[in-house]
Design a protein around this ligand. Structure first.
Ligand SMILES: Cc1cc2nc3c(=O)[nH]c(=O)nc-3n(C[C@H](O)[C@H](O)[C@H](O)COP(=O)(O)OP(=O)(O)OC[C@H]3O[C@@H](n4cnc5c(N)ncnc54)[C@H](O)[C@@H]3O)c2cc1C
Length: 636
């Protein structure tokens, strides 16, 4: 039975979430919705849900995470729909499995709505403060041993306030010991001028938490009036695009456009001449931090793709009440005077007015293989980690981890079994399994190629795959539960129609082919898509979400049957749990496998098989050992 805390006690909480970025928001809301009293702290309330980099949500594979967070009752999808100024479906010419929603959003409204959500949520207490110290009753004391008062964590702020909690979730993003790099200047600061978190890393080191340095970068923000927009290609939003959230019923409007521009050889020459003025390319300066491969700076692109004569970039509005434009694709850490030269060397930006300099930021983050698949530290029971702090890059990756950490911190508090996200059933599962099993040597970005089952893990069916779990956990509101049931009813009705015959007139009218065919054969045709189906009388009354899932199921039917067969074998291995104290004694294991298995401590054979350096023959040796042990136990 959870010891109830007096609501007016402002120092004791079930959970404390350190960080109100994209991870912290989802985490705190999940904990509060599951009935826990939560304190969420952040260094500056004006940084709640701050989009420190691109003013957009979604994109390839990131949209799948947003859709999954939404299906589980998270808020990123709703926030994106509410603040979107332009919506597009990326990879539209490719299959439905890789099509990805991307919304330009008003970053100031996004922050305001996110802050309001936290302020209005029952059980959440919001506090502007910097946590500088975290003490833990006794690091490896399992919760149950601390009968009565199990407030094992004591957190201290910069101003000496003390808060205690039974569990803590750290979602500190890019703020821990962060330093800004511009040219040869390196100075202490958080992103966008927010103050950084100074002492928390050192305090965590005393609890045995190790850190490494990662970095990321962002482009300059420029004034719209200083751009000759006639020199750019306008990129319009698309209409009738399904919103991110299942709760958003109104189609999203496009109120802004983006502008496509290109760099030139003269710009690249300018960059090459000044590479030595950056930490990364200056041989003298020591640059130990690791940057984001998939969000390269313009200098990285010029060096890595030297044969390319131009690189494209986009001008994106930061919001409806600002003239600031974000220059997507031109992030750099060149000195400010060189930034001005480089930007103004580009056609259309010749008189560019830079409002905010571009910069790189390096920060402390942890090795995620030190976490269990529920995102709890293997070293400190009850201490959870989420977001960029775990070595990922991206708002969407952070939000998904925040939700998982929130759910499992609640399971920890309630003594309920942890919730594991199977990598074959969600991109959330793919990301967390990759992180805690293989780790990452650079900022981890989600990509569809990371998911073996990507033909199954599509945007269109996230509600089917995850809302039932959201309902079971109590994270999903009544409106979403009702919508889910209605969509499922429609989907079942549609699937029942797949063998129905379409008469020749209907087929002729819609695709100009004179033959009758079944609904399934009709949909399997490459020239048939959801928009066409929605116009047909027999399908017009169905919700586009149910139609989308139906069409995808038909188009991918053959592939999914094959995936089903593969999945059965994979899940059989996932079920073979491993609880072995020492792997030293297992005959046939290589020394590398013993070292890796000892460090990662995989939960089952499936996870063990994904640890790099653990070979199929090591897995066989492990399976033989486990089977022998089961037989022995049966005899005993
Ligand atoms: C310069 C820059 C460039 C980026 N470029 C990209 C990119 O190109 N592509 C991409 O996908 N992502 C990029 N990102 C990353 C993106 O911003 C993050 O992935 C995302 O914001 C991470 O969310 P989070 O919740 O983990 O942390 P954040 O959003 O960073 O939030 C961290 C929160 O923790 C709080 N906090 C930290 N320490 C303490 C403390 N001691 N006490 C109290 N509160 C604390 C902060 O106040 C803040 O509220 C970039 C970020 C930055 C800063």
């Amino acid at each position: 039975m959870i010891a109830m805390i007096a609501n007016n006690d402002k120092t004791q909480f079930d959970a404390i979430v350190v960080g109100a970025g994209h991870a912290g928001i989802e985490c705190a809301l999940a904990l509060a919705k599951l009935g826990h009293k939560v304190l969420i702290c952040c260094i500056n309330l004006d940084s709640i849900g701050y989009l420190a980099c691109n003013p957009s949500i979604g994109g390839t594979a990131k949209a799948h995470l947003v859709r999954e967070v939404d299906a589980l009752g998270g808020v990123m999808g709703q926030l994106a729909d509410k603040t979107s100024t332009q919506i597009r479906m990326l990879n539209n010419s490719k299959g439905m499995a890789v099509q990805s929603l991307r919304a330009q959003v008003d970053k100031y409204k996004y922050h305001a709505y996110a802050k309001q959500l936290l302020e209005q949520q029952h059980n959440i207490y919001l506090r502007q403060c910097e946590i500088v110290d975290i003490k833990c009753e006794s690091v490896d004391a399992k919760k149950d041993e601390l009968k009565g008062n199990n407030f094992k964590f004591n957190l201290t702020t910069k101003l000496g306030q003390n808060y205690c909690a039974k569990t803590v979730v750290l979602a500190c993003g890019v703020y821990l010991q962060s330093q800004i790099l511009i040219g040869q200047d390196k100075f202490n600061s958080g992103p966008a001028g927010f103050s950084r978190s100074l002492n928390l890393s050192n305090s965590l080191k005393k609890l045995g938490i190790d850190f490494r340095r990662f970095k990321t970068g962002t482009p300059a923000r420029i004034h719209r009036r200083s751009v000759d927009l006639t020199k750019f290609e306008i990129q319009y939003g698309e209409s009738n695009i399904m919103p991110f959230s299942d709760l958003t019923t109104k189609p999203l409007k496009n109120t802004s456009v983006c502008y496509l521009g290109r760099t030139s050889c003269s710009t690249h020459e300018l960059i090459k001449q000044h590479l030595h003025l950056t930490f990364k390319y200056n041989k003298q300066s020591e640059d130990l931090s690791v940057g984001a491969r998939y969000c390269p700076s313009i200098e990285d692109k010029v060096v890595r793709f030297a044969d390319k004569t131009s690189h494209q970039f986009f001008l994106e509005s930061e919001g409806e009440q600002t003239e600031e434009l974000y220059v997507q694709g031109l992030s750099t850490s060149l000195p400010v005077d060189v930034q001005q030269k480089v930007y103004s060397s580009i056609e259309g930006l010749n008189d560019v007015e830079i409002l905010r300099d571009a910069y790189a930021i390096e920060y402390d983050c942890i090795d995620p293989t030190t976490l269990t698949p529920n995102l709890m530290s293997k070293k400190v029971d009850g201490l959870f980690f989420a977001g960029q702090l775990n070595g990922t890059s991206g708002y969407e990756e952070a939000a998904a981890q925040g939700l998982v950490a929130g759910i499992n911190a609640s399971m920890y508090l309630s003594n309920k079994p942890y919730v594991y996200f199977d990598r074959h059933l969600s991109y959330i599962g793919v990301m967390i399994d990759d992180l805690v099993t293989q780790g990452t040597d650079e900022p981890y970005r989600m990509m569809t190629s990371r998911a073996e089952q990507r033909l199954r893990l599509r945007q269109d069916n996230s509600w089917m795959r995850l809302t039932p779990l959201g309902i079971e956990l109590g994270l999903v509101c009544k409106k979403r539960e009702k919508r889910y049931k209605a969509l499922l009813r429609q989907f079942v009705q549609l699937m029942a129609k797949s063998e129905d015959k379409l008469n020749a007139d209907t087929v002729l009218k819609h695709i100009g082919v004179t033959s009758t065919m079944t609904v399934k054969d009709f949909i399997k045709r490459v020239d048939v898509n959801v928009e066409q189906l929605a116009k047909m009388d027999v399908f017009s009354k169905f919700d586009v979400r149910a139609l989308n899932a139906f069409v995808a199921e038909q188009k991918y039917e053959g592939y999914i049957e094959r995936l089903d067969r593969e999945l059965k074998e994979v899940q059989r291995l996932e079920k073979m749990t491993i609880s072995i104290d020492s792997f030293d004694s297992i005959p046939g294991l290589s020394s590398e496998a013993i070292e890796k298995l000892q460090r990662i401590r995989p939960q089952n054979i499936g996870q063990a098989s994904r640890i790099s350096g653990v070979t199929p023959s090591d897995i066989n040796a492990l399976i033989v050992f486990l089977k022998k042990r089961i037989t022995l136990n049966k005899k005993m």
